[in-house]
Design a protein. Structure first.
Length: 127
């Protein structure tokens, strides 16, 4: 794992939405899905409104890798389940960034959505 560089972290965190394409078991990428992304500390996070049953979330489980694009940054990444101790910071980040969407933001703050919280980390592909 490689840490996010400051400018990329800032650009992705500032983007309203992120495009996420998870990697299939054969190494090819699925079609990208548009979603919200938040920053808590020096980490990026995404959640599925449908929780662990969300199709895109299930897609991250085959290889835990993929590619994201947001704020002019395109990056290969790995997906790591967040620990419950990270949820409060992620909740606060969603409220702060997307609080203007009050009828929608509550959907990413449910227990079901929290259970699908993924930390998105830089993945350097060989070659």
């Amino acid at each position: 794992m490689t840490d996010w560089n400051g400018p990329d972290l800032e650009k992705i965190a500032a983007a309203e939405e992120l495009e996420l394409a998870s990697e299939r078991s054969d190494g090819t990428l699925r079609d990208p899905v548009t979603m919200w992304v938040v920053r808590s500390g020096d980490q990026l996070y995404v959640r599925s409104v449908k929780g662990p049953d969300g199709p895109w979330y299930r897609g991250t489980k085959s290889r835990h890798r993929g590619r994201i694009e947001a704020g002019g940054v395109r990056q290969d990444v790995t997906f790591h389940p967040a620990e419950p101790g990270e949820y409060l910071g992620v909740d606060a980040a969603y409220r702060e960034k997307y609080g203007h969407c009050t009828s929608i933001v509550e959907h990413v703050l449910t227990e079901r959505a929290r259970a699908s919280t993924l930390r998105v980390e830089v993945h350097e592909r060989p070659g």
